[in-house]
Design a protein around this ligand. Structure first.
Ligand code: UGB
Length: 598
């Protein structure tokens, strides 16, 4: 190579490595020294980044890619030799004694947890122009997902510390994994909202890098079609979170600070924090090294199933098997009908919702061995059945839930099944695709995500003894949904069901057309009948009891067309907006004890 003199010694070594690994095509078009030198240096800057951000460097990436591409060409099934069976785990029912006991145990333990939010994905399926964390979780308050997540963590922190004798001042750390696509807007969302009340020092942003694209079965790196001095890159997947956490040094820092758990979660599941305390309680009582949150799953439903795999050579693992692989795997192992519902009406393989709770100590031990490298896969789109060339470049990908694949059989890997209405309502699909979802299957849209919040809050209140009117069925953006009263509360109002029950006393009732917003900590509903809209806001130092009969014209859900470009995308994607006709609003901004009777 004539251009070596331009490069630093480290870059020269990288150039030699690329040549050794069959990548000479990257330089074939390079002009004489003196021409485009800056571009050549930039090229090696990029190569350095790609090299340092992958466990084992680019050599490992290229070699892993060659192997996976050869397996893919040969049609090798990654589950060959494995027999599937139903793993054992905990199945919870909201509000029963076991659930309440686990919630309490989980809240106590929460101050020993760190939260990791994977938010590097752009969410192409949703088609939203901004980051998903900035989307409103629901329209009554307009609070975005990130605000809800942070407030939920702060509420858990406070509740957990209160349970320690003499109190404590633990701060639960939050890591957000971003990518080039989401980093700047995520930081901006945090900074322009004073970190939603969290100390900036409590939050760490870790940015994942993309990985090099591959042009052929020999794993020759692809050049960017628009810039021949750049390697084309694509996202590697949420599995990057493990390597990033490991290399950040945060895991050891947390361990030294006495933390015991790491909880991973996704960017748009507004229900998750209703499930977290009990799930953490399960991790604690069952001493799980890995606990995957799951929901009942209909056979063949398009979410992965948590499965125990036993290999002929004795290896076993409990792992998410994607739905398109589970059915053929079962058929190949003597289950003639594949994935079918059992007597419960659901598949015996629970549905993975990709919220993981890992015990920190064994996690550190494992990552020290693997450096966070996660089992990868490749999904090339071949031009024809000879599988010798691709329609477009491909790359290796990895998923965070594949972490248990490298664990020894002694690892305690389990799962916790929660009712779907309580635990899982992600916002992943755009209105047009959601409308095409087969009837009875979840839409996973902004419409269904918001309605799920109201339904869960209504069902929880109902379980606590509040008389809640039945929902009506309505259609928004061509999706049929149940519309329950629009009840929302700030996370610190109630972190557990036991908390909530203490805040609803006397006989209360809420009609279907009602909206209720509770913003504050020490607000008690005592003998309240609501038919309309009620908003109660109070500072933490104000203790407020609300009672009586509230009746007004309230807030109406007005249907809108998602194609109506005069409205913001955040509104259009739900298919409705709120018309605020009349409400009763009570604000308590001074410390004291108040009793308000309507
Ligand atoms: N994400 C990243 O942070 N970086 C990336 O490179 C990619 C994504 P998607 P996916 O809930 O039903 C997952 O795209 O990957 C973040 C599980 O794999 O929303 O198709 C991204 O920001 C699947 O088993 O989902 O499917 C988001 O927060 C099933 O559980 C998160 O990763 C499925 O979710 C998930 O990304 C589900």
């Amino acid at each position: 190579m004539k251009n070596l003199s331009l490069l630093s010694p480290v870059q020269v070594e990288l150039a030699k490595m690329l040549l050794r690994e069959g990548q000479s095509h990257l330089f074939l078009h390079w002009p004489e020294p003196g021409v485009d030198d800056d571009k050549k240096r930039d090229f090696f800057e990029q190569v350095s980044r790609l090299n340092s951000s992958y466990p084992g460097g680019l050599v490992a990436y290229i070699q892993n890619a060659r192997k996976l591409l050869a397996d893919s060409k040969a049609g090798k099934n990654p589950y060959d030799g494995f027999t599937p069976s139903v793993p054992s785990g905990e199945i919870l029912t909201f509000g029963d004694d076991n659930f309440n006991m686990l919630e309490e145990a989980g809240v106590k333990e929460a101050r020993k947890a760190a939260f990791v939010l994977v938010a590097g994905g752009l969410g192409e399926r949703l088609g939203y122009k901004g980051i998903k964390l900035a989307l409103p979780l629901e329209t009554t308050t307009g609070r975005c997902f990130l605000q809800h997540y942070i407030e939920s963590i702060l509420a858990l922190q406070e509740a957990s510390c209160k349970l320690v004798q003499g109190g404590c001042n633990s701060e639960i750390p939050l890591v957000i994994m971003t990518s080039d696509d989401t980093h700047a807007p995520t930081l901006n969302l945090l900074e322009s909202n004073s970190y939603f009340g969290m100390k900036p020092t409590q939050v760490n942003l870790l940015k994942q890098e993309k990985v090099a694209c591959l042009d052929d079965n020999d794993a020759r790196l692809a050049l960017d079609p628009n810039d021949k001095f750049k390697i084309q890159t694509k996202p590697h997947g949420h599995g990057d979170v493990h390597a990033l956490l490991f290399s950040s040094g945060l895991l050891n820092k947390w361990h030294n600070a006495g933390l015991r758990w790491v909880l991973f979660f996704q960017d748009t599941n507004g229900l998750l924090f209703k499930a977290i305390p009990a799930a953490l309680g399960v991790s604690l009582t069952r001493e799980y090294h890995v606990n995957s949150l799951a929901v009942p799953r209909k056979a063949k439903e398009a979410i992965g199933g948590i499965t125990k795999l036993t290999h002929a050579d004795g290896r076993t693992m409990v792992i998410n098997v994607e739905y398109n692989q589970l059915d053929p795997l079962l058929r190949a192992n003597g289950h003639a009908d594949g994935d079918v519902n059992c007597e419960t009406g659901y598949s015996p393989f629970p549905g993975n919702i990709n919220q993981l709770i890992l015990e920190l100590q064994p996690y550190i031990e494992e990552l020290t061995k693997t450096q966070g490298a996660i089992s990868e896969f490749v999904n090339p789109k071949y031009k024809d059945s000879s599988k010798t060339s691709f329609k477009s470049s491909t790359r290796l990908e990895c998923m965070m839930q594949d972490y248990p694949k490298t664990l020894p059989p002694s690892a305690r890997v389990g799962f916790t099944v929660m009712e779907t209405w309580l635990a899982y309502a992600p916002v992943k699909n755009n209105p047009e695709d959601a409308a095409k979802v087969p009837k009875g299957n979840p839409y996973h849209s902004a419409t269904s995500g918001e309605m799920a919040i109201y339904r869960a809050n209504s069902l929880i209140m109902k379980k606590a003894g509040v008389e809640i009117a039945d929902p009506v069925v309505d259609e928004f953006n061509a999706q049929e949904v149940e519309v329950w009263p629009r009840i929302t509360w700030s996370p610190k109002w109630a972190t557990t069901f036991a908390d909530l029950k203490k805040k609803v006393i006397g006989k209360c009732s809420i009609s279907q057309r009602s909206t209720m917003i509770i913003k504050g900590q020490n607000i008690v509903l005592g003998g309240l009948s609501l038919d309309g809209t009620l908003i109660v806001k109070a500072i933490d130092e104000a203790e407020v009891q609300v009672s009586g009969c509230v009746q007004n014209k309230g807030w109406l859900l007005e249907k809108i067309d998602f194609k109506d470009s005069s409205l913001p995308q955040e509104t259009r994607m739900r298919g409705f907006k709120i018309q605020k006709v009349e409400q009763l609003e009570e604000n308590y901004s001074e410390p004291g004890k108040y009793s308000f009777r309507a």
